[in-house]
Design a protein around this ligand. Sequence first.
Ligand code: G6P
Length: 369
Amino acid sequence: EAIEKGGFDHFMLKEIYEQPKVLEDAVRGRMSAEDGWIKLGGVSEYINKINSAKRFIITACGTSYHAGLLGEYLIEELSRVPVEVEYASEFRYRNPIISENDIVIAISQSGETADTLAAIEIAKERQALIYGICNVIGSSIARATHAGSYTHAGPEIGVASTKAFSTQVVILTLLALQIAEHKGTITTSYLRQVLFELKNIPNKIKETLKLDAQIQEIAEVFKDATNFLYLGRGVNYPVALEGALKLKEISYIHAEGYPAAEMKHGPIALIDEQMPVVVLATNDSAHEKIVSNIMEVKARSGKVIAIVNEGDTEIAALADYTIAIPQTEEILSPLLTVVPLQLLSYHIALMRGTNVDQPRNLAKSVTVE
Ligand code: G6P
């Protein structure tokens, strides 16, 4: 087992550190920034049907559901087609409205989640085209879908999903760009700009991983907290949900992810000097709004841990702790912002002495309903 962990103390840490490599694997042969093309095998085969789709429905569970929320943002933003995202466990039991003009995207690391598989069967009965995004080759979900793309993250052993999430987001990004290119809702120069930046992401994740020691120090400060709040806006709202889920899963600290502006409708009542608030505050279109959300937290003596871009002195002056990561294209920002959150949960869990790779009550793949 020590050999399988490749020198890391836990599979989870190894898998966090594998992200630069697996993101390269996920895009290999599927895009060229230089020549400005994208070709996801599963998409090309059905491109006309996908192009004429009136709606996408994304269904998944757990971390894969959070990738789905990002998929919604990406597909709607780039191709202007409406997207709905639903927990597979809800979708399967509510007589969903689906037609043959819909494309259902099912996302699953293991490809064995019972609720996701059942949701696919219902969508299939209603003649929708089902597109799968799975990590495990030949898994039940991969076999049950009409088309799909593997994430190529390699085996993920830690129960808390990390590298699989990042590769799911990359596939959804390629998918959204390919649809948008076909529909003509993005320009070729924008496509090339994003693809060039996508090529840079593995190096920028490597830069972000260098912040590990700083994140460990922050973990030391907050390891005994009983609650955590995670805030984000836009593309970083699903990342806030994912950060909170990571912390809950492995450290057993109660954590909630919230859209930053929604904080005033409830969670703000929880804020006092005991409350750590992790804020995703990178330089995207919501930056100014996030600055005022941070002020609202500070006005109530909350402790702010802000994920910012390098050089952001404005937020550094307001927050208690800042973790400064490289700048990137806004739609790719979750691939970087999620990394410090994964590390923060890992270190806190480790300091609390929990079983990081196999947290209590959780299973890697839930094959019962
Ligand atoms: C379990 C795992 C999670 C995972 C979820 C969905 O709850 O512990 O890490 O996100 O199932 O799994 P899937 O394999 O369908 O992505």
